[in-house]
Design a protein around this ligand. Structure first.
Ligand SMILES: Nc1nc2c(c(=O)[nH]1)N[C@H]1C(S)=C(S)[C@@H](COP(=O)(O)O)O[C@H]1N2
Ligand SMILES: [Mo]
Length: 169
């Protein structure tokens, strides 16, 4: 009987150790992606990574938006970024004909957009600067390195901060 319990305890400890080990690798990868401002774009089984240098080569635009932060009056800010649809096009990923665009952040926050609104002109942007300054990382009190801003959505709940991945299905 004691032997049985011992075996169970050893097996559980092994499972925990393996899980912790696997998660550690994942966390290290995520930290590295944040450090280098890498964003992952996924369509079905294809995943393409882009960095800030590549994103800056696209059609970069400045636009004004009304920012509503918790407990503060709305204020006008200027965002700098690129249309999210251009990012997919540059990655060689076709999103026309798909349904949903799922934006994921490092804090686990997830936002669902329709492909229709992503393909809409002057609407969904992947931004990397606010008022001319980089968004900053989460650990530094920032909200980047990337944020998705939906210009035609006045409420900022779906303006996903700390974006690490955008998947289409
Ligand atoms: N990654 C991430 N993005 C997020 C959130 C969050 O918790 N995590 N909160 C959302 C909500 S509820 C709001 S109102 C806006 C504005 O957040 P702020 O209070 O930091 O300005 O960000 C949105 N995007
Ligand atoms: Mo909010």
């Amino acid at each position: 009987m004691n032997k049985k319990i011992l075996i169970i305890v050893v097996v559980l400890a092994l499972v925990m150790a393996i899980t912790a080990y696997l998660n550690r690798g994942d966390l290290a990868l995520k930290r590295d992606m944040q450090e280098n401002a890498i964003i992952a774009l996924k369509v079905e089984d294809t995943s393409v990574q882009m960095d800030l240098q590549k994103i800056r080569e696209l059609q970069v635009e400045d636009f004004a938006a009304s920012l509503k932060s918790n407990g503060q009056d709305p204020r006008q800010v200027t965002y700098t970024g690129v249309a999210l649809k251009d990012v997919f096009a540059a990655a060689g990923l076709e999103i026309t004909g798909k349904d949903m665009v799922i934006v994921k952040a490092v804090d686990g926050y997830t936002v669902a957009l329709s492909v229709e609104e992503v393909l809409d002109d002057q609407n969904v942007y992947l931004v990397f600067q606010r008022d001319g300054k980089p968004l900053g990382k989460k650990e530094e009190g920032g909200f980047g390195p990337y944020q998705v801003v939906i210009r035609k959505d006045a409420f900022s709940q779906r303006w996903c901060k700390f974006v690490s991945e955008v998947g289409v299905q």
